[in-house]
Design a protein around this ligand. Structure first.
Ligand SMILES: C[S@@+](CC[C@H](N)C(=O)[O-])C[C@H]1O[C@@H](n2cnc3c(N)ncnc32)[C@H](O)[C@@H]1O
Length: 205
């Protein structure tokens, strides 16, 4: 019991630490530490590459991606909510489920394709688990089809999912297109949330 409370206390401290860290740095959200941890472990974002950030606002993932791709790279970001400008980031304001918005994004990526798609998109939660799960998976399926259209051979995907019905099937779907499919639960995401990330590597190889 004592062990558990210690753990809970440490956990709460850590959470605060991420908020504080983000506030003290130039990052716009504590979400930065989720992507940073995955990137540092898996060496995902490389200089001179094209990264697409879906569900990007307020922008910490885009900030981080922009820093990693460096001067000759680019980041294309999409969100329903407005996002303040970031260097090297082309922002599209719109709903990704809207075909015109998806097509606009595909147009900006161009023929050379994208090296990496990162999606932190989450639907507005209703609190009704079954509905939230279905909406989250519907978004994930769109991202899956989008990857088919934009990823270069060998490209990668990081996508947020929520534990629940359908996630195993989704992982199986990814395995049909990607050489390796892994689960990531970054330290900064260890809260009550059922969120986790799937990292799918080497598209089409
Ligand atoms: C958890 S936040 C992303 C935080 C972001 N990764 C960061 O580091 O600042 C999820 C975002 O997904 C966006 N979103 C949800 N559904 C969307 C959709 N259909 N199209 C575009 N953006 C969407 C929300 O507006 C929200 O800004």
């Amino acid at each position: 019991m004592a062990k558990k409370s210690n753990k809970q206390w440490l956990h709460a401290q850590n959470k605060d630490q991420y908020v504080k860290q983000a506030r003290d740095s130039h990052y716009r959200s504590r979400a930065i530490y989720k992507l940073q941890e995955i990137d540092q472990k898996d060496k995902l974002i490389k200089p001179n590459t094209c990264v697409v950030d879906l569900g990007s606002a307020p922008g910490s993932w885009s900030q981080y991606a922009s820093e990693q791709v460096k001067a000759n790279g680019r980041v294309i970001s999409v969100d329903i909510l407005p996002m303040d400008p970031i260097e090297r980031v082309l922002f599209i304001l719109g709903d990704f489920t809207d075909e015109a918005v998806e097509n606009e994004c595909i147009g900006h990526i161009g023929k050379q394709g994208a090296d990496l798609v990162i999606s932190d998109m989450a639907p507005n939660l209703t609190g009704i688990r079954i509905t939230d799960q279905a909406r989250s998976l519907a978004l994930a399926e769109l991202v899956y089809d989008f990857c088919d259209q934009v990823l270069k051979p060998g490209g990668d995907l990081v996508i947020k999912l929520f534990e629940g019905a359908g996630t195993d099937e989704y992982r199986r779907l990814l395995k049909e297109r990607f050489a390796k499919v892994m689960t990531r639960k970054p330290e900064a995401s260890r809260d009550q949330s059922r969120e986790f990330y799937v990292l799918a590597r080497s598209y089409g190889l």
